[in-house]
Design a protein around this ligand. Structure first.
Ligand code: KG4
Ligand code: ZN
Length: 337
């Protein structure tokens, strides 16, 4: 089953060609136009997707030695959550291509797709599992009883962890999006230098709050804090919150596996702590490489492959529309019911 997967939910334009769950070729274009604005400008993001997407599709087809869309069995695209204008570009492209090639189309949920990067691997997830999804827009914990049953345990009440990283990075002059730059700056700093408040520290509460932490960092910076030490203290506090709450849920639910997903999973301290804690507790850790932590289309393709494995006839209606937010309790890879 050949799948052409498209991801345009925010400011990364991504395309992947898959045979089942295996990547044949993939491309990601990270839009740089936003950095000078200090944040994603939705209209610029949509326009950039419009410009970049066709070329990426051609590149991926060429890399897969295909000269047309004829050989594609299923077209899949992220339907939401995300920026509506950005989503519409990938979604409309994918639906139009499916229609023109008389093939099926599947609309995919972006949050589920992040977790489905771990689907179809040789090493199988042993359930129950707990998934930690930490990105620029979301910070959530999920209980996974199976691939079909992914239940929300709790989310952030305000900023997402990635958003807090980005805002703090911008504050200390590391540009936008600065999560990765803050991570690098933190490597040279002392994490004990500035004790930051730990909002909602109770590990038994599967919810997060990061906006107060960002404000505390701002006050320290304005008093002349050292950049690397502040970055290190900030990173330490966020990682401790994420890991302690994740581990508490693993123990409570008797989990066998941990699935880590989302852009913040690229963080070097978080990766180190996850490896350490999971190994100490005998938990199977599923950690995507950095390229597949941040937005990519392979995860969209794997989510589509999972839907098709369950129901080989599955398809989304051609009227499938973009959605900006997800507010359910039970997460499914199907983005368009
Ligand atoms: O998953 P993603 O690509 O997009 C969303 O779905 O939001 O996540 C992007 C987020 C950004 O906030 C970015 O700063 C953050 O992931 N990020 C990092 C690192 N690399 C990317 N945050 C902390 N440390 C990193 N190394
Ligand atoms: Zn994402």
């Amino acid at each position: 089953m050949r799948i052409l997967a498209i991801e345009t939910s925010c400011d990364d334009t991504a395309v992947a060609l898959l045979e089942g769950c295996s990547a044949i070729a993939e491309r990601v274009y990270s839009q740089e136009v936003h950095s000078k604005h200090g944040g994603v400008v939705p209209e610029l993001a949509s326009r950039s997707h419009m410009k970049i997407l066709p070329g990426l599709v051609s590149d991926v087809l060429r890399a897969g030695e295909m000269d047309s869309l004829e050989g594609i069995d299923v077209f899949a695209a992220t339907a939401g959550p995300g920026l509506t204008g950005s989503l519409l570009v990938g979604l409309a492209w994918s639906k139009a291509a499916a229609w023109a090639a008389a093939k099926r189309f599947l609309g995919i949920n972006h949050l589920a797709a992040h977790i489905y990067i771990h689907y179809g691997l040789k090493r199988q997830v042993v359930f129950p599992a707990v998934a930690l999804l930490v990105s620029g827009g979301h910070t959530s914990l999920f209980r996974m009883n199976s691939w079909q049953e992914i239940l929300l345990l709790g989310s952030t009440r305000d900023d997402a962890a990635g958003e807090a990283f980005d805002k703090t990075a911008k504050l200390v002059g590391l540009g936008y999006p600065g999560g990765a730059a803050l991570d690098i700056a933190a490597d040279g700093g002392n994490p004990e230098k500035y004790p930051l408040p730990s909002p909602m520290p109770d590990p038994s509460l599967p919810e997060f709050s990061f906006s107060g932490l960002k404000t505390a960092a701002k006050q320290l910076w304005e008093k002349g804090a050292d950049r690397s030490d502040l970055a290190a203290s900030f990173r330490r506090t966020v990682v401790d919150l994420l890991v302690s709450k994740l581990m508490y849920q693993c123990e409570l639910l008797g989990a066998n596996s941990v699935l880590a997903a989302g852009g913040v999973i690229a963080n070097s301290l978080l990766r180190k702590e996850l490896r350490w804690e999971c190994s100490a507790r005998n938990l199977e850790l599923f950690l995507p490489d950095r390229e597949h932590s941040t937005d990519n289309a392979l995860m969209v393709g794997r989510a589509a492959a999972a839907i098709l494995e369950r129901n080989p006839e599955a398809f989304s209606p051609i009227s499938c529309n973009a959605f900006a937010r997800w507010s359910g309790r039970s997460l499914s890879p199907i983005g368009c019911p």
